[in-house]
Design a protein around this ligand. Sequence first.
Ligand SMILES: [Zn+2]
Ligand SMILES: [Zn+2]
Length: 351
Amino acid sequence: MATNVAYNLLEKYAPVLAEHLVTVNATTAQNQLYPGVDLLGLNWLERTWASYYIWMGNPVLATGLLSFVIHEIVYFGRAIPWLVIDRMPYFRQWKLQENKTVTSAQIWKCTKVVLLTHFTCEFPLIYLFHPICCYFGMATYQVPFSPIGLMAAQIACFFVFEDMFHYWAHRALHWGPLYKNIHKLHHEFSAPIGLAAEYAHPLEVLILAQGTIMGPFLYCLFRQDLHISTVYIWITLRLFQAVDAHSGYDFPWSLRHWLPFWAGADHHDFHHQAFVNCYSTSFRWWDYMLGTDNKYHAYKARVAAASDKDRKAVQKKEIAEVEKEGLRAERIAEMGGGQGGMEGVPRGKLE
Ligand SMILES: [Zn+2]
Ligand SMILES: [Zn+2]
């Protein structure tokens, strides 16, 4: 009844929007979406994909709902285990900022902000996802999916693009006026937790999400062989990366120990702690090329140079120094004076 009233209102005042919400029965959906396609000749996953679109009877709703559900399941599914790990003393040996703990009140506040952003900002955008994908020529309900090799190459391109976009957008967010009005909220956690990956101002979520989603759309301008299932895999991996980077843990088996250019939690945790270093997401190369990881490397080198018996004490002293400098830089940014990451770079590197 309520949905009928809502639909009638929508049809009267926003007919274009209402048109997108009309659903058709399964036979009509199959005839419209898959004319001449031998669904039985496909693999299990592709058949399930087609069945879902036929069952929903409206590709716009089907894509919108699937995008939202995938995002929620992946985000919370990846973040909650980190909260459990944080409660287990065994893992404490690999915690990056051992001395800091988060309270239940902080976790609860973080959950509320993240959910509010997801429902108010991301839900409407996700509804527009299908029409925008179609506009750029991305395959959505179509089957089969892309070959594995093509998927891997496309995802690798998206990782490189997102990392570059994020590096520059993140540095811009450290410029005084943008910092105090937008990015400050994300830096409330000086020792982050997985759940805080998207704990940010709605504008920040919108700005940084462009790095994730513009890669696939730009790709479509050059090649018309991208399937939305590849984009979902990309978004899943990107969410894993973002949540893990905020986890606060660096294990001996973490990816950065196998892939030396992978940033990982070690890199991003330092950003939250020191404030003026390590701006990129997935990779280390932008910070390395532009010298915005100088404090991070100096800190690591001083700790590594200490003898085994002094290491803990040196680490403690160095961290205290880094935090003091970070707080000073943050105060300058709060007053509108941040230089967008330039304060971390020695003069010689800028000239
Ligand atoms: Zn930042
Ligand atoms: Zn962060």
